[in-house]
Ligand binder design. Structure first.
Ligand code: SF4
Length: 172
């Protein structure tokens, strides 16, 4: 009979999640194609509204947009508001939910059932990312190497940031 260890660490996950079923997160991955389409339309709409954001000032609207973005993406993806969203390259599975915060594929510890080495009840975000990317039109973006995450962007709006970047690229 296996003996109980004398010391078990209270928690090794920096995100400190409660036990849960990950139902909505899995739904998002299963519907990655639909969400990809929706995101394309939504991003174009935000870009169309660039003159308005510019008029009001991006920094003035950011507070409100952050609240909306956190609520919507928190519900659908368990978004951690990294400020540098890569969902379109990761099959709509948020890599910031990896306890090791890996943004370029899984570690070597994925369990045989596809779950995480650290959180055994949680599907590995990268096995999910692969599944989601297989359904997406731009699924091959999963092969793009992501740059290290810029920690100074934490808690900021990816929506506004990418809108401003696209507007700048188009000389708007
Ligand atoms: S990649 Fe970043 S912004 Fe996108 S869902 Fe994950 S934590 Fe949120």
């Amino acid at each position: 009979m296996a003996s109980t260890p004398l010391y078990e660490p209270a928690g090794t996950n920096p995100i400190r999640r409660n036990q849960r079923k990950y139902t909505v997160r899995r739904w998002s991955v299963r519907h990655a194609r639909l969400l990809e389409w929706f995101y394309t339309v939504f991003a174009d709409l935000l870009l169309e509204l660039h003159p308005l954001w510019n008029l009001i000032g991006y920094s003035r609207v950011e507070g409100t947009v952050v609240v909306l973005e956190r609520a919507a993406k928190g519900f659908l993806f368990d978004c951690q508001m990294c400020g540098q969203c890569v969902l379109s390259s990761t099959g709509m599975s948020c890599p910031m939910n990896c306890p090791k915060l890996l943004r370029n594929g899984p570690c070597g510890g994925v369990r045989a059932n596809g779950n995480c080495e650290v959180e055994k009840e949680m599907p590995c975000v990268w096995t999910e990312a692969w599944k989601g990317s297989q359904q997406m039109k731009g699924g091959d973006k999963i092969e793009t190497v992501q740059l290290p995450h810029d920690q100074s962007l934490r808690g900021t709006s990816s929506w506004l940031r990418s809108t401003a970047m696209r507007a700048e690229e188009r000389g708007k």
